[in-house]
Design a protein around this ligand. Sequence first.
Ligand code: GBH
Length: 495
Amino acid sequence: MAAQSVPQLRKDFLWGFATASFQIEGSLDTDGRGPSIWDGFSRTPGKTLDGGNGDVATDSYRRYKEDIALLKSYGVKAYRFSLSWSRIIPLGGRNDPVNEQGIAFYSNFIDELIKNGIVPFVTLYHWDLPQGLHDRYGGWLNKEEVVADFVNYSKASFICFERFGDRVKHWLTLNEPWCVAVLGYGRGVFAPGRSSDRNRSTEGDSSTEPWIVAHNLILSHAYAVKLYREEFKAKQGGVIGITLNGDWAIPYDDSPENVAAAQATLDVAIGWYADPIYLGFYPPYMKQMLGERLPEFTAEELAVVKGSSDFYGQNTYTTNLIKAGGNDEFQGNNIQTFTRPDGTQLGTQAHCAWLQTYPEGFRALLNYLWKRYKMPIYVTENGFAVKNENSLPIEKAQNDTDRVEYFEGATESLIKAVTEDGVDIRSYFAWSLLDNFEWADGYDTRFGVTYVDYKTQQRYPKASAKFLVKWFGEHIPSDKVEEPVPTSKEQAVEA
Ligand code: GBH
């Protein structure tokens, strides 16, 4: 029988799992950490579905060695995690003191990863703005202050991780700026919870603030990258970029207005950030939709923004069918649905309303990004929350069939995008290593490939973890030097 070769990813492909500081660390008052906007927000009654907050989370600040041992047991190449700004600079600002204990924590953490052969993939900002900056000047709303403070915080991070021997080669400035702007300052469902909806918030203006915040996020990212490139890149030899959220959009049917609506949805979900950063301008559709409310870049700013990412970073989870209509600007004044015209559903429903399985959409999105932005792609998050998993006994939850099917589809789309479509993809991080604090959902929604029993903090690998470990083991050429008499990988897999 002819040996059928298993299609392969790049030899240096980075696969692993992702997390974020506030979702896992806990120990919020430990070792000099200052509060973040999520501390108080998550403790405020009514802000999270189950009343959960970040006080303990998965206790990973204390259990970090255990987490890294788990990663090691999974055989990952890389781990994507975020730094807590207020651990490094408790009050957040450029004239505020740096906290050596916070730096020591992340320094030890990075050492432990490297000791275990795991590449650190570091996000500087995953939504936990220092409360000090929100109180002092309105946080992301204040361009003059926040851009300078984010650049200073980035610089502090580049310096400390250089000081300890040049260990971080992969940087992400911001995670999902769309979520920061829209969910934090538009819908008001995430910290700091500002919104025009006075049932939700006494302050905020959803018609202006998200566009301002987004503009300031883009500038903060761009100036941090400029700094890295000018002062650190030559010495450290790393790459730096941003990661966006965005899901594939399919026209509901082939009517011209729905075809146009699907593109407009992508323009607002992704192009809002990606177009200025990779192409040098806001999408024309956004200008048309927002008029004067869309801030403008000065020529000097634009020169810094355009080209400010060494790669294309993407978090993606699902696909939506798009119909023209409605007045939700955050969706480009379009309607999103999972229900096809014939009444069937696009895929398997997750625990969260916004998520269904649809792997073909992942492949289509990767192709779209590759053609439009022409940059190597790092997939930095992709994952699934099994419906009602939280109400199952542990052994049942570990048998997470719907999540396994989700990852089967995703990995098939990934390998086809690489080997059949020629898309240059450099990483895949599944969300998430652990069940953890799922923001406004609290602990009711579980995204982990590892079950966390929150009563004991015991970790239990789920079937999905085993699936991914096996799949990537088979699809990344091994580092080992070729042996003189090759033991055929093909045969091993076929047997
Ligand atoms: C990621 O966001 C986050 O980076 C991560 O921290 C999080 O735990 C993970 O996903 C799982 O949720 O109906 O208008 O409220 C995912 C991207 C974009 C998904 C916004 C939910 C809801 C839009 N998210 N979307 S809305």
